[in-house]
Design a binder for this molecule. Structure first.
Ligand SMILES: CC(C)(COP(=O)(O)OP(=O)(O)OC[C@H]1O[C@@H](n2cnc3c(N)ncnc32)[C@H](O)[C@@H]1OP(=O)(O)O)[C@@H](O)C(=O)NCCC(=O)NCCS
Length: 232
């Protein structure tokens, strides 16, 4: 309960701080509707309404209404919109999404920056850690090693900022929200918990974002990089 309260407080703070200088707020996804927004956002720039309307109009084997579209798209979410996933190991907490929701970017701004989801990231506390499987390295002509991950860690994934809203600080704000989430777990579990992520080696923009935020390299090969961030 204390954790839920501190998380709520933190979210309000994050929202107020970001709203002072920018036209978006960071929210933790807690409803099926927002989960749908995030899923739709990741596939296109349509809003949930636009998506449901398009599905209704295309006929034959598609959901009849928005509720059906939500059911079809949010398979694997519980009725609070939290990802439960099939086959998730019991030592993984459910995945949590943070979204950046535009709160008005002025009449000249693109639609996505006036309303709707402009960015998302997911975070998942993993009480036990897997190895990240390696792969062949083009330059080295050998296999990349399997990478042992710190235990426990918060795994960061699904980072995406809408193309019209990049280089405005949204990606950094999403990472700060995950860092606050991780900090809550540190307090709850009374131990240090690093954030960990994997990024394609040729994704220069994402690597710059993570380096700029303070992530270090745990592994770097021709295919992927594993990066780690210790809050303290
Ligand atoms: C990577 C991505 C999430 C960055 O989001 P963003 O909101 O543009 O990032 P920010 O504005 O918070 O950038 C913070 C800092 O990261 C670095 N950075 C971000 N994008 C960069 C780019 N394209 N080139 C160089 N540096 C970049 C800069 O140092 C930047 O600070 P600055 O703008 O003051 O110079 C975004 O480009 C994206 O969605 N890419 C496609 C999806 C993707 O690759 N996701 C990552 C999967 S691991």
């Amino acid at each position: 309960m204390a954790m839920a309260t501190s998380r709520r407080l933190r979210l309000v703070l994050v929202a107020v701080l970001t709203a002072c200088s920018h036209s978006w707020v960071i929210e933790e996804v807690t409803t099926r509707r927002r989960a749908l927004d995030v899923l739709v956002f990741q596939g296109s720039s349509a809003t949930a309404d636009e998506y449901a309307t398009a599905r209704r109009g295309s006929g034959g084997g598609v959901p009849a209404g928005e509720d059906d579209a939500i059911d079809a798209l949010t398979d694997g979410f519980d009725d609070r919109g939290r990802f439960t996933g099939g086959g998730t190991p019991f030592y993984y907490e459910p995945q949590v999404y943070f979204i950046a929701a535009a709160s008005g970017g002025g009449r000249d701004a693109p639609l996505e920056r006036q309303r709707g989801v402009i960015g998302s990231v997911s975070a998942q506390l993993r009480r036990r850690s897997p190895l990240i499987a390696g792969g062949p390295c083009r330059r080295r002509g050998s296999s990349a090693p399997s990478v042992p991950m710190p235990t426990p860690h918060v795994y960061v994934a699904d980072m995406l900022v809408h193309a019209t809203a990049r280089r405005l600080g949204v990606g950094g704000a999403l990472l700060r929200a995950v860092s606050g989430y991780t900090r809550d777990w540190e307090v709850e579990m009374d131990e240090r918990i690093p954030m960990v992520l994997s990024v394609d080696s040729d994704n220069g923009a994402a690597r710059s974002l993570y380096e700029h935020f303070g992530f270090d390299y745990l592994e770097e090969n021709d295919i992927f990089c594993v990066m780690v961030y210790n809050i303290h």
